[in-house]
Design a protein around this ligand. Structure first.
Ligand code: SAM
Length: 383
């Protein structure tokens, strides 16, 4: 969207056109008919009006309440989900914060709820104007993130991580790059959001001495946030597990983690992706009286499943071969099988087809390497 489109949307006439267009279905099936209605309302501005209505509808699931917000589809895709932004903001409560890549203001909205002074800036003037409109309680202007313009207690940056439709994982390819941000804000409290798949061990080897926080939301790993300066806990790795409608939890690398692997208990379970990505499987196990089957595999086992976690009650266990598994499942009249596997070199979809099951029962099979052997567990999910 350009500045002219944005000015139209901010006018009374534009706002009325968006409100009227929002009463239309605007689905792929109805679009052809709806476009002529929107043209009669907005003339040449019909495309921006339609984009606005559709972007707001798509944004609602990720960003929550966005009535009256100005957005673009691309900016919504790049935006931090509301639950993740609120989590970060809680950590910064009572501090002054400058979001130096504020885009349309998804993080600013969470920050103004808990921080006394919030500044947002972005190099893109259209996005900066949108953020100013969307979050009037923040001071927003156009600026290059690499030129410090405030003395805020904490600077947060969420550099652009897409280029030509490709997702960028290397923090030096982000815009702006991690090293440039760290140089610009050296010695200050800085939080830089990066791709969840970032090689943070490599970063530590290259001298990053701050805190790494891996964040998941409802089971999906969303980001790695690199904290440095006074706001960070030096050398700490933190897994933050956020769940809608639940308090979630965190696991930190300074927690006890002296847990030996052992044979299967009553249940098996797989820790949240943030815990695995953060390398904190044993820390999580220690906290919940669990243990690993194998020191190199993330599956955990124990006699109790932690609250809110899907576990698998072990019904039987044997050395895995396709032939034995098929016979065991047929003997139990299993026709529907969920296959979970780690470290066993098994492709669940290929195996499921080859099993050719026809029974009436459902079962979950966990296939994993333990030492040098591959073991299959027949299990019943706890939920
Ligand atoms: C991933 S988006 C940020 C999304 C934002 N955190 C949110 O939740 O809506 C990245 C933003 O960085 C901005 N950007 C890229 N390079 C910049 C720079 N050198 N200075 C300031 N902003 C920059 C882009 O214009 C874009 O709006």
């Amino acid at each position: 969207m350009d500045a002219a489109g944005l000015s139209y949307l901010r006018s009374d006439e534009g706002a009325a056109a968006v409100a009227a267009a929002d009463r239309l279905a605007l689905t792929d099936a109805s679009l052809l008919a709806d476009v002529s209605t929107v043209r009669s309302l907005a003339g040449p501005h019909a495309p921006v009006v339609i984009e606005q209505v559709r972007a707001r509808r798509r944004a609602a699931a990720k960003l929550g309440e966005v009535t009256g917000w100005l957005l673009t589809d691309e900016a919504v895709q790049q935006a931090t989900p509301a639950a993740v932004a609120e989590h970060r903001a809680r950590r910064l409560a009572w501090l002054s914060v400058h979001d130096v890549t504020c885009s349309i203001g998804a993080e600013l909205r969470a920050l103004v709820q808990v921080c006394p002074r919030v500044v947002g800036s972005d190099i893109d003037p259209v996005r900066a104007r949108m953020a100013a409109h969307n979050v009037p309680r923040a001071l927003v202007y156009v600026a290059d993130a690499l030129t410090p313009t405030t003395t805020a207690d904490v600077v947060i940056a969420d550099p652009a991580r897409r280029s030509g439709g490709r997702r960028i994982v290397d923090p030096e390819q982000m815009s702006p790059a991690l090293s440039a941000l760290r140089a610009a804000y050296a010695g200050r409290s800085l939080a830089v959001k990066t791709a969840p798949g970032i090689d943070y061990d490599g970063l530590r080897r290259d001298g990053f001495d701050g805190e790494v926080e891996i964040v998941s939301l409802d089971g999906g790993v969303r980001e790695a946030c690199l904290w440095s300066g006074p706001v960070a806990v030096p050398g700490l790795t933190r897994a933050t597990v956020l769940r809608s409608g639940d308090t979630g939890f965190e696991v930190v690398s300074s927690a006890p983690h002296d847990v030996d692997p052992g044979p299967a208990g009553r249940f098996l379970l797989e820790p949240d992706g943030a815990v695995i990505r953060a390398g904190l499987v044993r820390h999580y196990a220690a906290r919940h009286d669990l243990w690993q089957l194998d020191p190199h595999i993330a599956y955990l086992t124990g006699d109790v499943v932690p609250d809110g976690v899907r576990g698998f009650e072990v019904l039987d266990e044997f050395r895995f071969t396709e032939k034995v598994l098929r016979a065991e499942l047929r003997a139990r009249d299993v026709g529907t099988v969920e296959i979970l596997t780690r470290g066993a070199g098994v492709d669940p979809d290929v195996l499921r087809k080859r099993l050719k099951l026809q029974g009436s029962q459902a079962m979950t099979v966990v296939i994993t390497r333990i030492g040098r052997e591959v073991t299959a567990f027949l299990t019943r999910p706890t939920r």
